[in-house]
Write a protein of this length. Structure first.
Length: 78
């Protein structure tokens, strides 16, 4: 996601002709887009994306269990 944000920022700088990016070739900026596409392809093919999603889901589940355990303790009321 960071690479895509960088590519968009570089594209906007190139179009607005701001700074040294205005003198760059479009191929450099397209290379950043290609890097972002390659990262996404690798992340999906290797299971990285799915593994991170499962870790987030497991953490939410554990947080919910912990909140329920705290709520069941004697003397604790909302």
């Amino acid at each position: 996601m960071y690479l895509l944000g960088l590519a968009i920022l570089l594209s906007l700088l190139k179009l607005a002709e701001i700074g040294s990016v205005a003198n760059w070739s479009w191929w450099y900026i397209l290379g950043v887009y290609a890097s972002a596409a390659a990262w996404w392809a690798w992340a999906d093919a290797s299971g990285y994306t799915k593994r991170k999603a499962m870790e987030r889901m497991d953490q939410r589940k554990q947080d919910r269990v912990n909140r329920q355990k705290e709520a069941m303790q004697p003397g604790k009321r909302r």
